[in-house]
Design a protein around this ligand. Structure first.
Ligand code: TYD
Ligand code: MG
Length: 456
């Protein structure tokens, strides 16, 4: 007789318990535990697919240098921006999870990528959320010409696995993992057990048949990838597709990547005919006029330098305690810089409101932006403009000293490419001011007050 057992699973961390808790004993999340019924015999029944994936055939150990060197032949996605984030292209047999808010453009990105890859490779696009004709409608909207891209509109895991085995494509796309359903498990699609089991089964087929799998994952309202952390551990790369719903640019980031660097950034723009690559994104984040309170920095996203405007507005306060509002920068950083400016440049900022924003809705969390933030604040306070053709780089210490930051040559090269003429950098960068390949004029400062004197 088939016995069905009940377990309680935290939908946040995936912890299993034998009884119900209001708060997960493992991760501390409230109201995240739900009851799920699993039938163990049903699990095993799935055509003898073992739950352990076999990556290598032999079970003997060998020395690291004697392992046969197999060069990875990466599959190009057809988009330079996507390839860079992947680390140079898709690795056969790898699993890539792409997360993002609803409506951000995940399906559009993957349909476009699938069509491009289908020019040279066999691709199967599995749509579990839309019908095949809906996908075709979108595909027409993207102005695509004839293609031999295969489409399968299916949610049943068993049928999907069968089609993957039969068609044996080089690349497969699953849109989305939360919509898949394993009939041997009684819990609803999207629940942690379903997601975990579906992902594990897909991983086995992917490794066995050497299929590169691109999997779409939903994001919860807290911005986390829905489903258990185990999903993130299972896959080879996790990317997030993000952007402002009100702005047209979209950012693709690698959060985890076994085959490339993390924090790489790809920039796209959503247009009426789909996503278009933005090869020179710095232009997107720079304003054209020269006004007080605006400073330009060069941030580094992975290996990619990005010139970005920082805007500050300083106003006399009408409140008992002044307002400090930041967008795109941590508020602790702002408070720290305000304190340094108050102490070392004698600005009476405690009687002023301070609003700070990064242009284009970007997030900047690196210390290299400190000097730019400080200069934008002083510029707004004194109502003096920072020359438009100047970039500012450097971390500010609590003692008011200017510290060097990483990748200065790369950042200066980007600034030069964009037409900047001057740069203010910390004096400890080790850059030779006279003998370098740059045409930028470099000014060095060892403290924040020295730097402000140079800039304003
Ligand atoms: P979609 O890829 O369906 O988002 P997701 O799969 O992440 O939920 O993108 C939907 C949005 O993109 C929708 O609001 C319309 C917009 N869009 C365009 O602006 N241009 C286009 O060519 C396409 C196909 C979609
Ligand atoms: Mg979608």
């Amino acid at each position: 007789m088939k016995r069905t057992s009940t377990i309680y699973i935290c939908q946040s961390c995936g912890a299993e318990t034998s009884q119900f808790f209001g708060r997960c004993p493992s991760c501390g999340e409230w109201n995240s535990i739900i009851e799920e019924a699993i039938s163990p015999s049903g699990l095993k029944a799935r055509k003898g697919r073992s739950t352990l994936s076999k990556i290598s055939s032999g079970s003997r150990s060998e020395t690291i240098s004697s392992i046969k060197d197999t060069p990875i032949d990466r599959i190009k996605s057809g988009y330079i921006e996507f390839d860079r984030v992947l680390g140079g292209g898709l690795v056969p047999g790898s699993l890539v999870l792409i997360g993002g808010d609803p409506g951000i453009g995940k399906s559009t990105l993957l349909l476009q990528t699938a069509t491009e890859i289908a020019l040279n490779n066999s691709v199967l696009y599995i749509t579990a959320e839309e019908s095949a004709s809906q996908v075709q409608l979108r595909w027409h909207r993207l102005n695509k010409v004839e293609s031999n891209l295969h489409i399968l509109a299916e949610t049943d895991l068993e049928l999907i696995l069968d089609e993957l085995e039969k068609l044996n494509p080089e690349v497969a796309i699953i849109d989305s993992i939360q919509a898949l359903h394993d009939a041997t498990i009684s819990s609803t699609p999207g629940s942690i057990t379903q997601v975990r089991e579906c992902a594990a089964a897909l991983q086995q087929v992917s490794k066995k048949k050497n299929i590169a799998l691109l999997i779409v994952g939903h994001v919860t309202k807290e911005g986390m990838l829905a489903g258990p952390k185990v999903l993130e551990h299972l896959v080879d790369a996790v990317m997030t597709f993000e952007g402002d719903r009100f702005a047209s640019h979209r950012l693709l980031r690698a959060v985890k990547n076994r085959f490339g660097a993390t924090n790489e950034l790809g920039v796209f723009e959503m247009q009426s005919t789909g996503l278009v690559e933005v090869t020179n994104p710095s232009e997107l984040f720079l304003s054209s006029e020269e006004t007080s309170g605006v400073a330009t920095i060069v941030a580094c996203e992975g290996t990619r330098p990005l010139a970005i405007d920082i805007q500050a507005l300083i106003n006399q306060t009408t409140y008992a305690s002044p307002r400090r509002t930041v967008t795109g920068i941590g508020s602790n950083r702002l408070h720290q810089i305000l304190a340094v400016l108050e102490k070392h440049i004698n600005l009476a900022l405690s009687r002023f409101d301070c609003y700070l924003a990064v242009a284009g809705g970007l997030e900047v969390d690196e210390p290299a932006a400190d000097l730019g933030i400080a200069a934008a604040i002083v510029s707004s306070f004194k109502n003096l403009k920072i020359p438009k053709n100047t970039v500012l780089l450097g971390e500010i210490g609590l003692g008011g000293q200017l510290r060097t930051v990483g990748q200065i040559p790369l950042r200066l090269k980007e600034a030069e490419k964009l037409g900047f003429k001057q740069a203010v950098v910390p004096s400890s960068t080790g850059i030779d001011k006279e003998n370098n390949e740059l045409t930028l004029e470099i000014f060095e400062a060892s403290t924040i007050s020295e730097a402000i004197q140079i800039i304003l």
